[in-house]
Structure formats: structure tokens, C-alpha cells
Ligand binder design. Structure first.
Ligand code: TRP
Ligand code: MN
Length: 453
């Protein structure tokens, strides 16, 4: 085990390079990679240290049960899907979910998008067999293209620069939308897209939106100057992604001129995946020295000891809001496994935010060969997550959802049920199956109910 004190002293944005790094792409030409990273390290930061510190504060509230985290967005963002419409529609769903959660539970919602940088994907195998040919696996658009040819799958470092620019463009629009009037509570009706509004979930949403209108009118009638209340007109919206591609994250890591601390300025929050969370591995090393809030995915193979070691490496000072543990145990396992982890982490005194990822432990192949998830399993894992916290007296801090604003048919079930035969209709994800806008909204009602009780 790496001693936390010693390794912190030796930490540097490059110190991960001494350690085993899982899931790094086989770049054909390392000098080309070095050139790209050098260029990236001269480009402006995407987010600022002060913003990351504010998010830590918001997450600290969630760790105490005073706020609830909604972490949501694509499994993998796509170079083929950079448009104002798709960013806006994803934001609409997240805002709708946030409204439902805030109004339904009375608890503020910390909105964190898997957006503006969620490009790199870990893979279970480095290659795949396509028609008898062995080609490199698809690792996300920041590395290669998903077309099933050797050429398309060859890792191309210039894609890191393209990913940076797409992140900047996306973040720019998100900042405009969330600060410039689009997220104003008086716009609450306009986030309901046509294909959602016509469904049962959408009509239920309209009812909530009308109640919010009434509440605002009531406050105005009471003499409150609503125009002066900035919090009604804008939202704080944060970005996050998996810190998988270490060279890219290193190049985006900058020293804050105010505090002298290091921040990865590619996003407000970064997490390590279940496949890259080895306490003595390169990914944990990089995250351990950053001052951003960080997260770790915890799958069913993680032992209590693994989790405690990870907490010690990533949050030795036990700072509230610093560390978020995102559990993805599967609906069948959550009630058995989670209480042990909750107890051990609480006993060790780590004030972590517990977030439930109900997506990744519930993925399976449909008969037609499509990767999919059942809405009911997603919901069941969330219910198990809440009951484990209730039993242990700890705080359910949030949910982590893969969703899209589009009317896709990738996950099964929901009130307007998607059936196995429907999967082929609109299955457009570049990676894992996502909840569509109706299913996402449906889920928000259920979570709000759980939060209320
Ligand atoms: N600013 C508050 C918040 O973020 C209220 C708010 C404004 C809001 N627009 C919103 C909440 C859109 C949810 C969705 O909580
Ligand atoms: Mn995924």
C-alpha cells in the first residue's frame, strides 16, 4: 500500500507516470502524443479553481443531507452530435428532473452534467473480433472512431484537441443557457419537450410547473421583488467526466494562482472508474493531488478494505465534499453489499457523498443483441440504495444517471413502455443505453418520493 503522506509529498501532475496505468490507448506514435499534450497544456482552462471550490461546498451540503446531487448526461459524448439543439435538450431534461426533485423534496439539487468532456471509455478488452478480423476496441471519440475498421479504430492523438474544443463549445453554451435566462424558473413550462408533454409523465410535469407559477405569483403578491432574486433566474451547473485519459487530464491540470493548489481545469469534478480505481495505480495518484472534488465508482467486486484504502488515498484529511463514492452494485446486490460499505466508511470518519449509479450494474444484452437496461431494475437499485441508508442512518446523497434529451429507445420499460422489439427503432447511443426524457422524468418523481419519506 502506498503511504498517503509520502505519496502526497511526491505528488506532481506527472507523478502518475511512474505507476501502472490501466486503460490507456495504444497510441501509434508517442512523440505525436507528447506534441499534442504540450499544445493542450498551453490552452486556456475550461473551468476555474474557484468554481471547483464552490462545488466542493455544495457537495459538502449533500454529504450532510442538506442537498441532493443529480449527476446526469450521456454515457459518452459524440463528435457527431455537437449541436445547440442536443445540448439544449439534454439540459432541458436535467432542469426538469431538478425541478421535480427540488419541488417534490424541498431539498436543493446540485446539478452536475456528464457533459463538456465525457468522451473517454474504458473497455473490457483491448480488441474486438469483427467478421474474423481483430481490430482495436472503440475507446470514445477522444481516442478513435467507432466504425468497425482498423483505420477508424487506430488511436489518433489529435482527437484530444478536438475533444478540448468541443468541451469548450459545449460549456460555453451551458453557461449561456444556465445564466442567460433559459433556466429561469419562469421558463419552467418551456423545458417540457413536445414528445414528453404528450405523455403521462409530461402532463404530471405540467401540473408541477403550474404550481410553481402559482407559488411565484403568490410571492410577488406578497410584495417580494422576484426580479431581484438572482437565484430564481439562473442555476449553478457543474461539469464532470471520468478522468480516464491521464495525459489529457495532466495537460489540463494547472496551478491556481490564488492558493498555489493544483486543479484539473477540464471539468469541475472528475471521477475514477471501477476499472481504474486501484489505490496504487496511476489514476488514483493523479486524482489524489488535485483540489477538485473527486469521485470513485464502486462496483460489486470492491471489498470494504478496497473502499477504505481508496478513501484514505483520495480524502486523507476527511474534507466534506472532497470525495463522492458512486456505487454501481446492481439491483440484486445493493441491499446486501451497500450497508457494509456505509458502515465501514462512516466508522473511518470519511464524510463522503454517497451517490447511486443505478445504470451500470443493471446492463444486459437483449435477445436481439442490444445492450440495454430495465427501468424497473434502475428504480429497484435506487430503492435499495435509499433503504440501505435508512438502515445505517447515513445520507443518500444523490443519483448518477445516463440519459439523453432525445426520444430514444435504448432502455426497456417506463410508463410509456419501451419493449424489446422497440429497441431497434431509435437506438443511437455510441456506448451504453440511456434513459429517454420521459423515463428520466418518471425516475425523478420516484426519487423525489423516496427523498420525502
Ligand atoms: N437557482 C435555484 C436552483 O438552482 C432555483 C432554480 C432556478 C431552479 N431555475 C431552476 C431549480 C431550474 C431547478 C431547475 O435550485
Ligand atoms: Mn456508461
Amino acid at each position: 500500500m502506498v503511504s498517503p503522506e509520502r505519496s502526497r509529498e511526491a505528488w506532481h501532475p506527472r507523478s502518475w507516470r511512474e505507476l501502472p496505468a490501466a486503460q490507456q490507448p495504444p497510441w501509434p506514435d508517442e512523440t505525436e502524443v507528447d506534441g499534442v499534450l504540450k499544445h493542450l497544456s498551453t490552452l486556456p482552462p475550461l473551468v476555474f479553481a474557484g468554481e471547483a471550490r464552490r462545488l466542493t461546498q455544495a457537495l459538502a451540503q449533500a454529504s450532510r443531507g442538506e442537498a441532493f446531487v443529480l449527476q446526469a448526461g450521456d454515457c459518452a459524448e459524440s463528435f457527431a452530435d455537437l449541436s445547440a439543439d442536443s445540448i439544449r435538450d439534454k439540459l432541458k431534461v436535467i432542469l426538469q428532473m431538478a425541478v421535480v426533485l427540488t419541488y417534490g423534496s424541498g431539498v436543493p439539487v446540485v446539478k452536475v452534467g456528464r457533459m463538456a468532456g465525457q468522451f473517454a471509455k474504458p473497455r473490457s478488452l483491448p480488441t474486438e473480433d469483427v467478421g474474423g478480423m481483430e481490430i482495436p476496441s472503440f475507446r470514445g471519440h477522444i481516442v478513435n472512431d467507432e466504425a468497425p475498421t482498423t483505420e477508424a479504430r487506430t488511436a489518433d492523438p489529435s482527437r484530444m484537441v478536438a475533444a478540448y474544443h468541443q468541451s469548450a463549445t459545449t460549456l460555453n453554451l451551458l453557461r449561456a443557457f444556465t445564466k442567460g435566462g433559459f433556466a429561469d424558473l419562469s421558463e419552467v413550462h418551456t423545458w417540457n419537450q413536445q414528445f414528453v408533454a404528450s405523455s403521462a409523465e409530461g402532463r404530471r410535469y405540467e401540473a408541477v410547473a403550474s404550481e410553481i407559477d402559482r407559488a411565484l405569483r403568490f410571492m410577488r403578491a406578497c410584495g417580494i421583488d422576484l426580479g431581484a432574486e438572482a437565484s430564481l433566474h439562473q442555476v449553478e451547473f457543474w461539469t464532470c467526466h471520468e478522468a480516464l485519459l491521464l495525459g489529457y487530464e495532466e495537460a489540463m491540470t494547472r496551478e491556481d494562482s490564488l492558493t498555489g493548489d493544483w486543479y484539473d481545469c477540464s471539468a469541475h469534478m472528475l471521477w475514477v472508474g471501477d476499472r481504474t480505481r486501484q489505490p496504487d495505480g496511476a489514476h488514483v495518484e493523479l486524482l489524489s493531488g488535485l483540489h477538485n472534488p473527486v469521485g470513485a465508482k464502486i462496483g460489486p467486486t470492491a471489498s470494504t478494505r478496497d473502499v477504505l484504502e481508496l478513501c484514505e488515498r483520495l480524502d486523507p484529511e476527511r474534507t466534506p465534499g472532497r470525495l463522492t463514492l458512486i456505487t454501481r452494485l446492481g439491483a440484486a446486490r445493493v441491499e446486501q453489499t451497500l450497508p457494509l460499505l456505509l458502515r465501514a466508511v462512516a466508522d473511518a470518519g470519511h464524510p463522503v457523498v454517497w451517490v447511486c449509479d443505478p445504470m451500470h450494474g443493471n446492463t444486459f444484452l437483449s435477445d436481439g443483441g442490444r445492450k440495454t437496461r430495465r427501468f424497473d431494475d434502475v428504480l429497484a437499485e435506487i430503492q435499495g440504495f435509499f433503504s440501505a441508508h435508512r438502515a445505517e442512518g447515513t445520507r443518500p446523497g444523490g443519483v448518477h444517471i445516463e440519459l439523453t434529451g432525445d426520444d430514444v429507445t435504448e432502455c426497456l420499460g417506463g410508463a410509456e413502455e419501451v419493449l424489446e422489439d422497440d429497441l431497434d427503432l431509435r437506438y443511437t447511443t455510441t456506448c451504453d443505453p440511456r434513459l429517454n426524457a420521459r423515463q428520466s422524468l418518471d425516475l425523478a418523481y420516484r426519487v423525489a418520493e423516496l427523498l420525502r419519506t
